[in-house]
Design a protein around this ligand. Structure first.
Ligand code: G4P
Length: 536
């Protein structure tokens, strides 16, 4: 592994490049219950961002942390919002972007994955690859996001370890390199073997810190646990050392290979190895595509895009925070940024950093960092901020809704207020709003039903607008576009009663069902129907 250097240490870099190279911006992907929350807590403990594990998610009355911003979350016991947690460890700055656990908020999760440079895939050792892990993995693959694997819950009975690796290789078409290897299983799990350097780190007393594994002779292991078949362990470790694919940084960075760590988040074991792996292997902030050029992270001019809007983070302040991923340069507090969509300049007077329980004003932030920008509805998802240049980052997606509903207002006098509120909610990405061109009441579209609950709760709490949702005659929505403007206009004119505008004024075709959609699509020559739109 001598070819791997932590770039933060390399000399002759500009101060900006040095700062950028210290950043590791990542997310954790997993199926619910695999241990994402527990692992998050333990990672934050390493960074000193929290003092007590158990604060990211505590059940019942104790649930009062930052991921608890909304009442609905408390009521439902689910995490709705995506947040960012920044912590420093051994000279590196880690930005961990959290994602909602519930799949009804998958759109939020997909957008968050546009803002990371790598991901940790947590797998429950007893279950292997589960549905949601697989889906999120596919999103990462589309974006060539390198994945580090953490096989969790090794303190419990697990599936055969070779079989687990085989499953990753076969179902995800991803090569694996075990970086550590479990010694003993389930109740007899003793610790992990460091595949590259040898030595066993013991579960008891070895979990808390990173650093060299305790050099325990394999033969000595038998003394620690009489149930262990030492010669079988020896054979297995030999096999693993000889037969495993060597770790190749390039293959990992290209998304073809995943280094695999074993551990127990609950016992805080193996977490240090994982963090060390993230620091060593995970890429620095990478270049981002815009509609004009590829923007390098070390480009001195600041640029950023908004991937998430969060309202009501603090019920006392009724504020809105736009989460922006810095793509290049340095953000300094007080600087003016250009909001490319409107061409207007906006002062960044109090950008914020987020920690597990706190936020603080950021005086400066660098490419790779995620800052919260308080605003009153100026910023939308997908917005690009620059130091004056005109380009837009591409690739923050919107997804065609799975559920379409008409919004019924119980008080008809408040129609104007509802229009404003829905506009705001769609700009925040809470739901999508479609305004039929024939003047019919607005439709809302969501990927998961819980989004409707969030919308209802927020309209009531923030705008005093009680609403109901009605089944609409339309079930499907697709964005329509064409290279030929005339063709698009003709199509729209011929289908006015099925055309609506989305939040950006882009045309959407509404269909009663798949049959109608297929029927129309077949006859609409030169028109593209898409279920994903890159927000501009
Ligand atoms: P999630 O965010 O991915 O949904 O998972 P979470 O961390 O909440 O963990 C799900 C359950 O698995 C929790 O138990 C947690 O304590 C347990 N768990 C996580 N990591 C490990 C591990 O390494 N070993 C073992 N044995 N268990 C682990 P729970 O009973 O559902 O919740 P709680 O009441 O303990 O909070």
């Amino acid at each position: 592994m001598s070819d791997i250097a932590i770039s933060a240490e390399s000399p002759a870099r500009s101060p900006l490049a040095a700062e950028v190279s210290r950043r590791r911006t990542f997310a954790i992907i997993s199926h619910p219950d695999a241990g994402k929350t527990t692992l998050t807590e333990k990672l934050l403990l390493f960074g000193g961002a929290i003092n007590l594990a158990g604060q990211v998610k505590a059940k019942g009355e104790r649930r009062n942390t930052r991921s608890d911003w909304m009442k609905i979350e408390r009521e439902r016991g689910i995490s709705v919002v995506t947040s960012v947690m920044t912590f420093e460890f051994e000279g590196l700055v880690f930005n961990l972007l959290d994602t909602p656990g519930h799949e009804d908020f998958s759109e939020d999760t997909y957008r968050t994955l546009t803002a990371v440079d790598s991901a940790v895939m947590v797998i429950d050792a007893a279950k292997g690859i589960e549905a949601r892990t697989r889906k999120l993995f596919e999103v990462c693959r589309l974006r060539d996001i390198p994945i580090i694997t953490f096989i969790n819950k090794m303190d419990r009975d697990s599936r055969d370890v070779f079989e687990l690796l085989d499953e990753i290789e076969k179902t995800l078409a991803l090569d694996t390199t075990p970086m550590t290897w479990p010694v003993g299983r389930g109740r007899d799990f003793l610790g992990t073997y460091d595949v590259a350097n040898g030595g066993v780190r013991l579960l008891e007393g070895g979990g808390a810190k990173t650093g060299a594994a305790q050099q325990i002779e394999i033969a000595e292991l038998g003394k620690l646990n009489a149930n262990l078949d030492v010669s079988a362990v020896k054979d297995e470790l030999e096999l693993v050392t000889e037969a495993s694919k060597p770790f190749e940084l390039a293959a990992f960075r290209e998304g073809h290979l995943t280094p695999v760590y074993f551990g127990s988040a609950l016992r805080n074991f193996g977490v240090g190895d994982l963090l060390e792996g993230l620091g060593k292997f995970a890429p620095e902030p990478r270049a981002q595509e815009s509609d004009q050029r590829k923007v390098e992270a070390t480009d001195p001019r600041m640029s950023a895009f908004v991937f998430k809007i969060q309202a009501n983070m603090d019920p006392n302040h009724r504020d809105r925070i736009a989460f922006a991923r810095l793509c290049s340069g340095k953000l300094s507090r007080g600087m003016k940024a250009k909001l490319v969509r409107t061409g207007k300049s906006m002062p960044l007077s109090s950008p914020q950093f987020f920690f597990a329980q706190d936020r603080s004003v950021a005086d400066e932030a660098f490419a790779g960092d995620v800052v919260g920008i308080p605003n009153h509805g100026t910023l939308r998802i997908g917005d690009t901020l620059t130091e004056g240049e005109d380009f837009n980052f591409v690739g923050v997606p919107s997804f065609a809704p799975e559920i379409v509903r008409r919004v019924r207002l119980t008080d008809a006098m408040k129609a104007k207020k509802l229009k404003e509120a829905l506009q705001q909610m769609s700009e925040e990405g809470v739901v999508q709003v479609f305004r039929p061109r024939d003047g019919a009441p607005a439709l809302v579209g969501v990927v998961g039903a819980l989004q409707l609950d969030v919308l209802k709760a927020r309209l009531e709490a923030e705008y005093a607008l009680p609403v109901e949702f009605e089944v609409s005659e339309f079930q499907l929505a697709r964005w329509v576009s064409s290279d030929d403007r005339k063709k698009l206009d003709t199509f729209i004119a011929a289908n006015t009663s099925s055309i609506a505008d989305d939040v950006d004024g882009d045309p959407v075709y509404l269909a009663r069902n798949e049959f109608y959609l297929g029927y129309t699509r077949e006859r609409a020559e030169g028109i593209a129907f898409t279920n994903v739109k890159d927000v501009k």
